[in-house]
Structure formats: structure tokens, C-alpha cells
Design a protein around this ligand. Structure first.
Ligand SMILES: NC(=O)c1ccc[n+]([C@@H]2O[C@H](COP(=O)([O-])OP(=O)(O)OC[C@H]3O[C@@H](n4cnc5c(N)ncnc54)[C@H](OP(=O)(O)O)[C@@H]3O)[C@@H](O)[C@H]2O)c1
Length: 248
């Protein structure tokens, strides 16, 4: 098993990519802790991951709630080996209609939540540990209606390099996984009308060189690689899992 007895914290681990990754980490021997906000999804994650998983409710837009969650992890497990800072959300809006509230909210979760998850976990990370974050193919292409979401993911790509440089002396590796369009509830929360959502999904699938939407487990396998010793000489990079959409 690739992660025997490792303690792995997965934000956004109650749905989609995070939940599949937590399941894979558990199957590889890790003690998993997942964070989300929705009571219903927290219960579903408990059902999927089993009684040994730790399921925590925290709104990552609030650094005080991150403090509390990390303290609970440390109280139970003593230290952390792996952080998968993955929670994220977006709202679609044409650039000229974006409000300060929409911009602030997406940056508060996708950048602030991720930044403070890593900052507050770092003192408890064992030397030689691994941090993986979720960016997006959107940080490499321009997409109408998704300026703010795409900018948050570009900021996260940059953080991987800067935080990677700061943590390298402790042999802690920091990397990103960059998913293309993946079959999760994510797109349904963008605020698009049902018909537009279906059409954009079809257009995206047709634009992907591999001609399909990806699955959460295909991303989870890339995260497992980056989190495990298989990637022991890999830091500061972004592993793109997008069927070629942003590359060819
Ligand atoms: N699916 C795609 O096509 C795609 C493509 C590129 C990148 N990504 C990225 O992949 C990551 C995971 O997305 P997904 O596709 O797995 O979507 P998802 O199924 O909607 O999962 C999002 C997760 O984030 C959690 N979350 C949302 N707001 C939160 C908050 N304020 N505090 C704490 N947790 C919060 C959700 O928990 P609750 O619902 O319980 O709050 C959920 O567990 C995101 O960063 C996303 O940007 C996705």
C-alpha cells in the first residue's frame, strides 16, 4: 500500500474529486480526514469512507474554522503527512457583470481557504510530507463567463511555486493537479441555466482531444501519485489531467 498509516487531510473531501481521492487514499492505507460544509454531503462521505474516517465540518472561507479543524486533526492524529487542498467553487458571470461580492467570495474559498489550510497545517506536517492542490485547465485558457474562477486557479498555480520554495528545506513537496472537465456536481453549481449547462458540457466534451468528460477517479489517481513517494523528486509542478484540452 502506497500510503500505509499516513494521515491525509482532504478539503472538499465530501464530493466529487475530493471524495474519490479520500476513498483511494483510504484504500492505500491512509487515515483520512475530510472537510466540507453541507450536512447531507458530510453524512454521505461518512457512509462512503466508513467509520475510521474523520469527517469535519468547516467553512474554509473563515480562517478561524480552519484553525479549529486542524486542531481537531492534530488532537486525534498527532501530525499530518498529506494535505490535499482541493475544495473550490465558482460562479459564472460575464466579466462586466461581476460584483465585488462574487469576486471576494470565490477568492475567499479558492485562494484564501486553500492558502490558510496549508499555512495552518504546515507546522503539523511531518518533514518529507506532501501537499497537493487542485487548480484547473481554466488557468491556461480564456473562457467567457469564468474570469474570476480562472483567476483564482492561476493564483493557486503561483502559490504552488512560492509555498513549494518555502517548504523545500523541510523536504515537503508542493504540487498541483489540474483537472479538465470532470463529471462531478461542480458545473451544476456555476449558476448556469440547465440548457446552457448541457450545451456547454457537450461542447467541452467535443473539444477535448480524447473526446470525453473525465471521471473523478482519473484525477484521484494523479493526486495519489503526487501525494505518495512515487513522486519523491517532484515539487512545484502541475500535473494536467484534462484529456489534452489545454495542451494539444
Ligand atoms: N469538476 C470539474 O470539472 C473541475 C475542473 C477543474 C477543476 N476542478 C476543481 O476541483 C476541485 C473539486 O471540485 P469537484 O469537481 O470535486 O466539485 P464538487 O463535487 O462540487 O466538490 C466541491 C467540494 O468543495 C467543498 N466546499 C465547497 N465550498 C466549501 C467551503 N466554503 N468550505 C469547505 N468546503 C467547501 C464541497 O463541500 P460542501 O458541498 O459540503 O460544501 C465539496 O466537498 C475544485 O477546486 C474545482 O475548482 C473541478
Amino acid at each position: 500500500m502506497k500510503l500505509a498509516n499516513k494521515v491525509a487531510l482532504v478539503t472538499g473531501g465530501t464530493s466529487g474529486i475530493g471524495l474519490e481521492t479520500a476513498r483511494l487514499f483510504r484504500d492505500e492505507g491512509a487515515k483520512v480526514v475530510v472537510i466540507g460544509t453541507s450536512e447531507q454531503r458530510l453524512r454521505e462521505a461518512e457512509h462512503v469512507l466508513g467509520e475510521n474516517a474523520m469527517i469535519l465540518r468547516a467553512d474554509l472561507r473563515d480562517p478561524l474554522q480552519i484553525d479549529k479543524a486542524v486542531a481537531e486533526v492534530v488532537e486525534t492524529h498527532g501530525a499530518i503527512d498529506i494535505v490535499f487542498a482541493n475544495a473550490g467553487a465558482g460562479k459564472s458571470a460575464p466579466f462586466d457583470a461581476v460584483t465585488p461580492e462574487q469576486l471576494g467570495d470565490q477568492f475567499a474559498l479558492n485562494v484564501g481557504g486553500l492558502f490558510f489550510t496549508i499555512q495552518k497545517s504546515a507546522p503539523h506536517l511531518r518533514d518529507g510530507g506532501s501537499i497537493v492542490v487542485t487548480t484547473s485547465f481554466l488557468n491556461a485558457v480564456g473562457t467567457p463567463g469564468l474570469a474570476v474562477l480562472s483567476a483564482t486557479k492561476a493564483a493557486v498555480r503561483s502559490l504552488v511555486r512560492s509555498i513549494g520554495a518555502e517548504l523545500a528545506p523541510r523536504r515537503i513537496r508542493v504540487n498541483a493537479v489540474s483537472p479538465g472537465p470532470i463529471d462531478t456536481p461542480f458545473a451544476s453549481k456555476l449558476g448556469l441555466p440547465e440548457d446552457d449547462l448541457r450545451k456547454s458540457g457537450e461542447a467541452l466534451a467535443a473539444a477535448v482531444p480524447l473526446k470525453r468528460i473525465g471521471s473523478a477517479v482519473e484525477v484521484a489517481k494523479a493526486v495519489l501519485f503526487l501525494a505518495s513517494d512515487d513522486a519523491s523528486y517532484v515539487t512545484g509542478t502541475e500535473l494536467v489531467v484534462d484529456g489534452g484540452l489545454s495542451q494539444i
